[in-house]
Ligand binder design. Structure first.
Ligand SMILES: [Zn+2]
Ligand SMILES: [Zn+2]
Ligand SMILES: [Zn+2]
Length: 390
């Protein structure tokens, strides 16, 4: 089995770190400007948007830490790698955002319910809102570009977050503008709208992370495509128990394939390897596949569990064959555990052309009838191998 390459994982982490650091820096500048500007220009919506931006900063830090730990390779204690740390990070960020949203909404509602109002927002607040819009729209495009390249769902979620920040700042812009035009509650209403957006983003981030943590599979379409492409492979008769689960930006699959029950172990294994290789090359999310090779459909019945293993079975058979001298010449016994019984392929050498057909038949008949007296034994075939003496 091949081990996971260190290099791509390092490059992935490097890209996630860079885009997150730049996002954090810009968010720090923007949030400072918004909160200071909001307090100065008396705009509740601008302060709310600034807190929103600050919560993005906190979320970026969690993303950064999560990606750092998540990109570590598999070790003895974490044989499937550390990608789930990234997932856990997105759950924590989601919950934090929901908390921030609740805080802003409570603040804005209490302002709306206050009978007396202080001074409303001043025109300079509009300039701060515009600055935020420009900064966040640029961050969205930049982050989404990198997210697609390194296939990080968390980074994609972060990019969408930047995009919804733009909308948030647009609402703030409209709220401030409206209040300046004389609709006095619009600033507080804009603040509540901003909090609803933060709440929604937090909810999505948290629930998608939780779904991954409880092993939700890939989309039905994708599972169907995987099923079809396995069934199209040479040697696969049917499949069952196809299961997928997500891990960071990737997916793991395991599947039982049913093959011809009489082929060799190595051929069955080879078909299994072909299935694994095919899925990893043709499905970009799939990073590992475990294939279980079945000689028969064991989903309906696990039929052979009660049968003894080779040594015990051969001991019982030798007991049955004790009066057949030719049994000592048996070269090989193939056991086929199928349909609740052990089926035998017995291989005997043929003693040259002098050996009479009658005696060959007689030996075969004796082997078959004595073997079949055991209830565990199903079909018995005897093969005589011609030994070329020249
Ligand atoms: Zn193998
Ligand atoms: Zn099985
Ligand atoms: Zn099975």
């Amino acid at each position: 089995m091949e081990t996971i390459d260190i290099a791509p994982s390092d490059a992935r982490f490097g890209a996630i770190r860079r885009v997150t650091l730049i996002g954090s820096l810009i968010n720090l500048i923007v949030s400072t400007a918004q909160i200071a500007g909001g307090l100065m220009a008396h705009s509740q919506a601008l302060v709310a948007d600034g807190l929103h931006t600050l919560s993005d900063l906190a979320s970026d830090v969690v993303v950064l830490l999560a990606a750092k730990h998540g990109s570590q390779d598999a070790d003895d204690e974490h044989p499937y790698g550390h990608r789930r740390i990234e997932t856990l990070g997105s759950v924590v960020v989601g919950l934090a955002l929901m908390g921030v949203a609740a805080g802003i909404a409570i603040e804005a509602f209490s302002h709306l319910l206050q009978p007396t109002h202080g001074p409303g927002p001043e025109p300079v607040a509009l300039a701060f809102a515009l600055l935020a819009i420009a900064a966040k729209e640029s961050l969205y495009h930049y982050t989404m570009h990198v997210a697609k390249r390194v296939k990080s769902n968390l980074l994609k979620a972060n990019a969408w977050h930047h995009r919804s920040d733009v909308l948030s700042s647009l609402i703030v812009f409209a709220g401030i503008g409206g209040t300046l035009l004389g609709f006095e509650h619009l600033d507080s209403i804009a603040a509540i709208a901003v909090s609803a957006m933060i709440l929604r983003i937090g909810w999505q981030l948290a629930t998608s992370g939780v779904r991954e943590l409880i092993d939700t599979g890939l989309d039905a379409d994708e599972v169907e495509a995987i099923r079809d492409s396995i069934l199209a492979l040479d040697g696969v008769k049917s499949l069952h128990m196809l299961r997928t689960r997500r891990m960071g930006g990737e997916a793991l699959a395991d599947v039982h394939i049913q093959v011809n029950p009489r082929i060799s172990v190595s051929e069955g294994h080879h078909i299994g390897e072909a299935v694994r290789d095919h899925l990893i090359t043709h499905f970009e999310h799939v990073s590992d596949v475990t294939v279980h090779v079945d000689p028969e459909d064991d989903e309906r019945e696990a039929s052979c569990m009660h049968l003894p293993l080779r040594q015990a079975l051969l001991a019982a058979l030798r007991q049955q064959w004790k009066d057949i001298p030719a049994a000592a010449n048996l070269e090989n016994v193939h056991l086929h555990y199928l349909n609740g019984r052990a089926h035998l392929d017995l291989f005997m050498p043929l003693r040259g052309p002098s050996e009479a057909t009658d005696s060959v038949h007689e030996v075969a008949e004796q082997l078959i009838s004595t073997s079949k007296q055991l209830p565990e034994i199903g079909e018995v075939r005897v093969y005589f191998r011609h030994e070329c003496t020249k």
